[in-house]
Design a binder for this molecule. Structure first.
Ligand SMILES: C[S@@+](CC[C@H](N)C(=O)[O-])C[C@H]1O[C@@H](n2cnc3c(N)ncnc32)[C@H](O)[C@@H]1O
Length: 106
């Protein structure tokens, strides 16, 4: 995945730990971002790491910014519904296993 992305998007920077996104953005003097797109498996992450990433994702988004993530369950639904101004869940029935794409607007 790393190599595919590097070949496709020249100059892309890749980091391992999503829970450090706030530090990385601060170092780069980036205040807020418009989009966060994630394929992280939130359901199986340790609770404190999951919560850190989800909180930081929200905090680092611009107003009206979007957090988009695909998951294999609706486990995040309640949390994201409370947190974001708008939540749309798209079902991808032909994926194996069936997947859900959450589109959250701050
Ligand atoms: C379901 S795969 C998704 C792969 C790819 N990102 C995609 O969207 O197609 C989940 C990926 O999350 C990565 N991952 C797990 N914990 C992580 C973390 N704390 N920070 C960054 N990546 C993490 C794993 O290494 C794995 O590659």
């Amino acid at each position: 995945m790393r190599n595919i992305l590097k070949n496709k998007f020249h100059g892309i920077e890749i980091y391992n730990e999503a829970e450090k996104m706030s530090n990385v953005l601060k170092e780069k003097n980036i205040k807020k971002v418009d989009f966060i797109i994630s394929g992280l498996p939130f359901t199986v992450l340790e609770k404190n790491i999951r919560e850190t990433i989800l909180e930081q994702a929200y905090e680092n988004l611009e107003e009206n910014g979007k957090f988009i993530t695909f998951q294999y369950s609706l486990d995040l639904y309640g949390y994201l519904k409370k947190k974001y101004r708008q939540l749309e869940v798209k079902i991808v029935p032909l994926n194996i296993p069936m997947a859900f794409v959450y589109v959250c607007t701050k």
